[in-house]
Design a protein around this ligand. Structure first.
Ligand code: ADP
Length: 374
């Protein structure tokens, strides 16, 4: 049994003896009882924090126990406190709790069964309370840290973006200038600079989007746009990036959709470029379009490695990537699908994945056609 150190602040010696007697009789408490008889000495002893619990009398000469509880709490005493009240002082129990006591016990109820129980409960309750407070503080601190980190990443990414935009411009210029050059190596190098700056730009753009999503500043610029035209533009652009895979379109929607054209394009680009990236051996990537009265749907199907079921649930989380051997080396931060899901959901659509490991993957989304009624 561990030793429980109890401090008693009590100006009546007779009461000290009664309490000692009850404690001595209780067999299931291994304790040490220290006694102080005045307000001032009692307060000093409390603040020395040597005890597991403090019991104090309501009557303390010219002061009272409530004043002592308030003072001790104000000065930082955080241990459990039990107030002892006289027979005719039952109305002060609430005051005691409000002042910071954990429990109270009337002196005429004291006995060797109740006393150790009150002591143990008060100590345990206080422990739980402290633990809860500690967890809460931890949560708040980690939230603040998260927020600061997010702000910091936002600033860094923003600072990276400015010189990168210039670099991208120079790379394009160089590429154009050298396109007619007889120096084949210079031409190739200019092409590579351009391709690599584009990859870097898309990583930085993803990071910027995530900091905006987390900071609540992810903006949408909505208009009505022709859905199939957007799809066609993107397919043409992405087909240029791969010779081995053929993007085949099936169906059409013939619909004008209300939404952020550029952001919806970002989602389509992400789904198609993932299929190109993660299913490099698939000869065909099927892009399916369909519609009903109120929605357009698009899906991108590949016959690549697929995604195991347990990972499909996490695939839309930020920074989630699958570390399968066949995917190693594919560039990415695991942000594309997270951003895509945010874009689709913010426009009241749904995004989904269907995949069988070893047989391929289909990603798709559905978007409402009309402007939402407000
Ligand atoms: P990134 O491609 O930048 O890593 P995404 O959020 O777009 O990020 O994708 C998250 C992960 O999902 C990828 O790392 C990849 O492991 C997996 N994934 C996405 N699309 C496919 C696909 N078509 N086939 C197999 N795995 C995929």
């Amino acid at each position: 049994m561990t030793l429980t150190k109890i401090l008693l602040i009590e100006d009546d010696e007779a009461d000290y003896f009664i309490l000692s007697k009850h404690l001595a009789k209780s067999s299931n408490l291994h304790y040490q009882l220290d006694w102080e008889s005045s307000y001032q000495a009692g307060l000093e002893r409390m603040l020395s924090n040597e005890h597991d619990l403090c019991m104090l009398d309501y009557r303390l000469g010219e002061y009272n126990g409530i004043q002592l509880i308030k003072e001790a709490r104000q000065q930082g005493y955080s241990g459990p406190i039990v107030l002892l009240t006289g027979a005719d002082e039952s109305e002060i129990d609430i005051q005691a709790l409000q002042a910071g006591a954990d429990d109270y016990i009337s002196k005429n109820q004291l006995d060797s069964n109740l006393l150790p129980r009150v002591i143990r409960y008060a100590i345990e309750r206080k422990k739980t309370e402290h633990e809860r407070e500690r967890l809460l503080h931890e949560q708040i601190a980690s939230k603040e840290l998260d927020q600061r980190k997010n702000e910091f990443v936002g600033i860094v990414v923003h600072e990276l973006k400015t010189p990168l935009t210039s670099l991208k411009g120079f790379a394009q210029l160089l590429r154009r200038r050298l396109s007619q050059s007889v120096d084949q190596q210079a031409r190739q190098l200019a092409n590579r600079i351009d391709v690599q700056t584009n990859k870097l730009t898309s990583l930085i753009d993803d990071m910027l989007d995530v900091t905006r999503i987390e900071g609540g500043t992810f903006q949408f610029d909505e208009e009505a746009f022709v859905f199939d035209e957007l799809v066609e533009e993107i397919v043409e652009e992405l087909q240029l990036t791969t010779e081995k895979q053929q993007i085949i379109r099936q169906g059409q929607t013939d619909k004008s959709v209300w939404g952020d054209r550029q952001r919806v394009g970002q989602v389509i680009t992400n789904l198609l470029s993932n299929a190109i990236k993660y299913a490099p051996a698939a000869p065909v990537i099927l892009l399916n379009l369909s519609t009903d009265d109120s929605n357009v749907s698009l899906s991108v199907q590949d016959s690549g490695p697929g995604i195991p079921l347990e990972k499909q649930q996490r695939i839309f989380e930020p920074f989630y990537r699958i570390e399968a051997s066949e995917q190693r080396g594919a560039p990415g931060l695991g942000l594309g699908l997270f951003i895509s899901a945010e874009i689709i959901q913010r426009q009241n659509g749904t995004i989904w994945v269907q995949s069988v490991e070893g047989q391929g993957t289909t990603f798709g989304f559905t978007l409402p056609i009309n402007k939402p009624q407000t």
